[in-house]
Write a protein that binds this ligand. Structure first.
Ligand code: MN
Length: 493
């Protein structure tokens, strides 16, 4: 019997995610938030901190934040306010960031994560708080291009961010990745962010340390904040690397939490290592105080109820419904829901119209998704509508065509935009009628007496050699029908 080796430590992870909200304009000014404009063309006196300019809250940003907080099961306090977080950095011209300190707009929520392949047990990841704040500008260091200068682009300064902070409830890099995937999916379903990591719309920092069992009891390693992770995959890798690194450092130095200050380390994706950056400020270093330029915000229970009513079905509930309504597996439901609302709607229409959830799920996952990927097409622009595909799936179920022929028809429908019936007609595909099938089989058996002998001696498999011949004579015949008819004829002899 093999023994399961127990890891020498437990991993403790908390995540902090900054989500850029999908607004037209900035959190406190009317500058555009569109990505990719020439540097410093989307700024206003408020964004660049000119004296005398005054911020005004973007109501839309607050609504998107509220929708997200409600979907994350957060408590929404009646009263919230804005605070100045002071620090100096060239990309922060005001010398402070407008954020929320002791009275965030939401707190104490949760997001449930699970794995459709049961890699870990389902769990609720608790959320400490989600608050609104403005983004800073961007520093561009041109060292790589051989230049010594750094430049500042303030287009991003003032863009609304929702910062979502979890409790340290995640116990493996895989769970951390699963949380991020579920959070991203939720945000996409809520239509509050485009979640584009490459454009910085979703940024993740992780706090990680280890609890190690020793003969003298459990000890904790110093907490490290890991930054610069540009994909969910790099989050998983960085955390795996960091856990092992902390264990090795602890074995070498014996240093535990509290003996050294909290450290920030950056993930180097090229080298696949984390590197020390700086020691982290404590929140008291920021000298937070309420922003005197901005009114506090109040949210009534009626407003929260209204948001709740308009949320719609969220991904976790949708997965469960697909399993019960269409009889597909949790794994298949997960794949479909994870594709986003467009593919989900397509699947639901297809399953409803064709009347077979499993068949619909197979076709969506194999043929539809593959075609979308190969042609870099969005589901909204997919040339074969769910209703037209349903007609084809019904033809398969009525035994008019087999799956192989159905794929040929599907390819024709994609190319020529014909309906299933029209495509079948064009390709000359039609159901072979019973007497034609019988005549064909008689002819084949007469030509192949050895097959008849083999079958009579109990080798039913011998029929297989007739299928190819049958299809050569009539490409429309269904292999199963040929097999069944030949056996019937032989039995009657
Ligand atoms: Mn922040």
């Amino acid at each position: 019997m093999s023994r399961v080796e127990k890891a020498p430590y437990q991993i403790i992870i908390g995540l902090e995610t900054h989500v850029q909200l999908k607004t037209q304009t900035k959190l406190f000014s009317r500058s555009s938030t569109a990505f990719g404009a020439p540097p410093n063309t989307q700024t206003s006196p408020v964004d660049i901190g000119l004296p005398g300019s005054l911020p005004v809250m973007n109501r839309r940003a607050y609504e998107l934040a509220l929708r997200t907080a409600v979907a994350l099961n957060c408590t929404i306090p009646r009263y919230t306010k804005w605070d100045r977080k002071q620090y100096f950095y060239p990309d922060l011209p005001k010398g402070y960031q407008i954020s929320q300190y002791d009275l965030p707009m939401s707190c104490e929520g949760w997001l449930e994560i699970s794995d459709s392949k049961d890699a870990f047990a389902p769990k609720r990841v608790r959320i400490i708080r989600a608050h609104l704040e403005e983004d800073a500008g961007k520093s561009m260091h041109d060292e790589a291009a051989g230049k010594a200068d750094s430049r500042i682009d303030l287009n991003r300064a003032g863009t609304p961010l929702l910062e979502i902070v979890t409790y340290p409830d995640l116990s493996s890099p895989q769970e951390a990745k699963a949380y991020l995937e579920e959070l991203k999916l939720l945000l996409l379903y809520l239509e509050v962010s485009d979640c584009n990591m490459e454009e910085g719309s979703l940024r993740v920092d992780a706090n990680i340390n280890l609890h190690i069992d020793t003969p003298d009891g459990e000890v904790a390693t110093p907490i490290v904040e890991v930054k610069n992770m540009n994909s969910f995959r790099s989050v998983e890798r960085a955390l795996s690397y960091e856990a092992q690194r902390q264990y090795e450092v602890w074995q070498e130095t014996g240093q535990t939490k509290g003996q050294v200050p909290k450290q920030t380390r950056g993930w180097d994706d090229q080298a696949q290592v984390t590197r020390g950056q700086r020691h982290k400020e404590e929140s008291s270093d920021y000298r937070y105080f309420p922003d005197p330029d901005l009114c506090p915000v109040t949210t009534t229970p009626e407003q929260i109820e209204e948001v709740q009513r308009q949320l719609g079905e969220l991904p976790a509930a949708t997965r469960a419904r697909l399993v019960s309504q269409f009889g597909i597996t949790p794994y298949d439901a997960d794949v479909i829901v994870n594709q986003g609302r467009g593919v989900l709607t397509y699947f639901e229409e297809l399953a409803q119209a064709s009347g077979d959830g499993k068949q619909a799920s197979n076709w969506v996952q194999q043929d539809v998704l593959r075609t979308l990927k190969e042609t870099a097409c969005a589901i909204d622009a997919f040339p074969v509508s769910a209703l037209r595909l349903a007609e084809l799936l019904q033809a398969v179920r009525n035994n008019e065509v087999d799956n192989a022929r159905a794929r040929t028809i599907f390819a024709e429908m994609l190319g020529s935009r014909l309906s299933a019936r029209e495509a079948m007609k064009k390709l000359g595909i039609e159901k072979v009628d019973a007497s034609d099938l019988e005549n064909l089989c008689r002819e084949l058996l007469a030509k192949n007496p050895h097959v008849v002998t083999d079958v009579k001696n109990g080798k039913e498999k011998a029929i297989g050699s007739l299928i190819g011949q049958a299809r050569q004579k009539n490409p429309n015949v269904n292999p199963n029908d040929v097999r069944r008819m030949c056996l019937e004829l032989i039995a009657k002899e």
